[in-house]
Design a protein around this ligand. Structure first.
Ligand code: C5P
Length: 243
């Protein structure tokens, strides 16, 4: 895919808020910066499709991060609905298996072929291993053997074989994913912390500049922007640190 050249367009701001009002305040504070907006389950479950539509009306690219994982027929329906909303990207868990991933792609095609107005085809992204998961948790609690990197690569190949456009992974895994799946296979990497920032519940992290140096297409940043007094300055200094 053609990756947007400008740095800001490759930064996804995670609007992890409980209410539309708080998220709207952040969007206003960042006005004029052409970043990608990421709507996750906290905001979507409270503010719903309306909030996504309002971001689209303001011209933002939107990543709807709902991490679908269900039986294929249900995921197909969910994918059809979110494609109709006009999102630019959404994700499904690669752990749902190939049939479920293919069903997600069928949902996208159904929405697009059934739409009376022109709908852009969203990039569908597979969730590999959450960036909060370390090897001990993956082995002992989730029950997947081997290294996190091996599991991530297996999921990336599976997602690609089902027709997805890319994966969510740690920035530490980007080089191997691009080697295995090709440079056009999109990587979206959370687990980003500017130097000295609080890691919180993330486990496999890099700085924004380090993540782009690994060759990632998009970085996702939440709390280092949203939990500060001055989110605009936080985002501007992240952008400056990359240039
Ligand atoms: O606040 P922080 O920068 O840790 O936020 C990271 C964001 O990326 C959150 O919205 C989280 O849900 C999301 N995410 C993640 N790991 C994934 C997929 C999404 O942290 N594998």
């Amino acid at each position: 895919m053609a990756v947007p050249a400008k740095v800001a367009e490759r930064i996804m701001v995670a609007l992890d808020y409980a209410e539309a009002g708080q998220a709207r305040q952040l969007v206003e504070a960042l006005q004029g910066i052409p970043c990608y907006m990421k709507v996750g389950m906290q905001l979507f479950y409270s503010a719903g499709p309306q909030f996504v539509l309002s971001l689209k009306e303001q011209g933002y690219k939107v990543f709807l991060d709902l991490k679908m994982h269900d039986i294929p027929n249900t995921v197909k329906g969910g994918s059809e609905s979110v494609t109709r909303l006009g999102v630019d990207m959404f994700n499904v868990h690669a752990a749902g298996g190939k049939q479920m991933l293919e069903a997600a792609m069928e949902g996208v095609d159904k929405a697009i072929s059934g739409s009376s107005h022109s709908l852009a085809k969203p990039i569908v992204i597979g969730v590999t291993q959450l960036t909060s998961t370390n090897q001990k948790v993956m082995n002992e609690e989730i029950g997947i053997e081997g290294s996190v990197e091996a599991a991530v690569l297996r999921y990336a190949r599976l997602a690609q074989s089902a027709g997805l456009g890319g994966v969510v992974a740690s920035p530490l895994e980007v080089v191997q994913i691009k080697e295995a799946c090709g440079s056009d296979f999109v990587t979206v990497t959370p687990g980003i912390r500017p130097a000295g920032a609080d890691i919180g519940d993330q486990s496999r992290v890099l700085t924004p500049a380090e993540a782009f140096a690994q060759g990632t297409d998009f970085i996702v940043i939440g709390r280092p922007i949203t939990a500060t007094q001055d989110p605009r300055s936080a985002l501007e200094s992240i952008i400056a640190s990359i240039k």
